[in-house]
Design a protein around this ligand. Structure first.
Ligand code: HEC
Ligand code: HEC
Length: 396
């Protein structure tokens, strides 16, 4: 910081003395600072010039002012941030670089962001994602908006990861996705100068360990909180999700009121202002299961065909839908809930009626309303925010 202040002061003086043009001034300022990276004092990193485009002072990840309705008890209960890994600005910055670094894969072709793209709500528009050697993942990539909010803190469609800290190391070691061992990864990243600065800023010294990689990636993913959609603007005005929102169209309000109604019961499973579930559920996509979901992990028959209810925030951008990407549009999703539910002993009670399944009998207008409402959860500030974007200057 001192170096930077001196530098700026020098530039101002130079500009007075030499009356240099604005463009010259910018040239001077953007010259690489002579190894003046002031690591370790929490002010960010210095010697990453040429490789990474990072701000001199890190972006704010740790102290984002969330709206009041994000701070209520319902939502605080969902927050799965552990005591030993709170978000710091330098930790999430390191996580951001790791997230976009193709060196995380065995042959330098795939990063986390290859399958979790910001413009798609950190999901993948393909039904299955392509791994480092061209193989396909077993399921549809998940959007990461508001992954921080899920009370049981488990991750993946089948909830096989106990924590986010566990989860983020799994794609790295997956034989289809990135194909690395953690030992190989540590050795590889330790040879990059920029990681020496980034690890020092985040953790106090330059040691590259898989534990630190896990903590930093988890911090970055938890920092991806989406709270600036059209829905948020309406809620800020009314403070009541059930009220008609003045900024909504008639169709959006119709859909919103249906979403929160006993008729559809959508909000029984997609709950709170993060629109997340309380636990995995079976929504009757099939009567016979090829993918056992949570049941395949726990071995418990009762969990057959249950899948995680991840946040619906930015759902418009994360098509295709469901764990296997079987639905290509929100219309198809609504049609499933309207009249497509398959009966089995494992179907969630909320979707039952007597011994059979519930049919919503939505009119065309109501169906469109639900679609229009889901689209109000799109947050363009989130999907274009630089602090979540690719920091690498040259993509190879
Ligand atoms: C080759 C594609 C691919 C790569 C690379 C990849 N992912 Fe994923 N990710 C997926 C798929 C597919 C799923 C869902 C898999 C499942 O549930 O079985 C997923 C799920 C997740 C989830 C779970 C979200 C939730 O709500 O439970 C998180 C978090 C995540 N990935 C983060 C990462 C991080 C961090 C990296 C980099 C270290 C990464 N992913 C690399 C494809 C990928
Ligand atoms: C019984 C709980 C439950 C109810 C009720 C419910 N959902 Fe879901 N929803 C889920 C689960 C579980 C998934 C993920 C299922 C899977 O992938 O196998 C899901 C998935 C979705 C998805 C796709 C998510 C994605 O990332 O692919 C959308 C959109 C959705 N639901 C909207 C709705 C709407 C709209 C309603 C009301 C008409 C509704 N849900 C009612 C539990 C529920």
């Amino acid at each position: 910081m001192k170096v930077l202040k001196f530098f700026l002061a020098a530039c101002i003086i130079i500009s007075f003395v030499s009356c240099s043009s604005e463009s010259e001034l910018i040239d001077i300022v953007s010259d690489p600072v002579d190894g003046g990276g002031d690591n370790g004092n929490g002010d960010g990193v210095g010697d990453v010039t040429g490789v990474l485009n990072l701000p001199a002072t890190p972006f704010n990840y740790a102290n984002v002012q969330l709206p009041g309705y994000f701070l209520n008890n319902d939502l605080q209960r969902e927050d799965n941030t552990p005591n030993n890994n709170p978000i710091t600005d330098n930790g999430a910055t390191l996580g951001r670089v790791l997230f976009y670094d193709k060196k995380m894969s065995a042959n330098n072709t795939v990063s986390c962001a290859s399958c979790h793209q910001q413009e798609n709500g950190f999901s993948d528009p393909n039904v299955l994602s392509v791994g480092f050697e061209g193989g396909l993942t077993g399921r549809n990539s998940m959007g990461l908006s508001n992954a921080r909010y899920y009370q049981n803190g488990r991750f993946f469609w089948d909830e096989r990861a106990n924590t986010l800290e566990d989860q983020v190391l799994m794609p790295i070691q997956d034989h289809v996705e990135m194909g690395m061992t953690l030992a190989e990864l540590e050795t590889k990243l330790a040879t990059e100068d920029y990681y020496a600065s980034l690890f020092t800023a985040a953790f106090g010294d330059a040691d590259v360990t898989s534990n630190r990689i896990s903590l930093a990636l988890a911090q970055f993913v938890r920092s991806m909180v989406s709270y600036q959609s059209k829905y948020d603007a309406g809620l800020a005005q009314t403070n009541n999700p059930q009220a008609n929102f003045p900024n909504f169209t008639q169709s959006e309000n119709l859909g919103k009121n249906l979403f929160f109604s006993n008729r559809t019961r959508c909000s029984d499973c997609h709950d709170t202002n993060a629109f997340v579930g309380d636990q995995a559920r079976n929504i009757g996509l099939d009567a016979v299961f090829t993918d056992l979901g949570v049941g395949g992990v726990t071995g418990n028959n009762n969990d057959t065909g249950e899948f995680k209810v991840a946040s619906l925030r930015n759902i418009q951008l994360t098509a295709p839908y469901m764990h296997d990407g079987r639905f290509s549009s929100l219309g198809e999703v609504i049609d499933h809930y309207n009249n497509g539910i398959q009966n089995s002993q494992f179907l969630d009670n909320r979707l039952r009626q007597g011994n059979g399944v519930r049919r919503l009998n939505l009119s065309a207008q109501e169906r469109q309303g639900l679609i229009d409402f889901l689209i109000t959860l799109t947050d363009n500030t989130f999907t274009t925010d630089e602090k979540f974007s690719d920091p690498f200057i040259d993509e190879d």
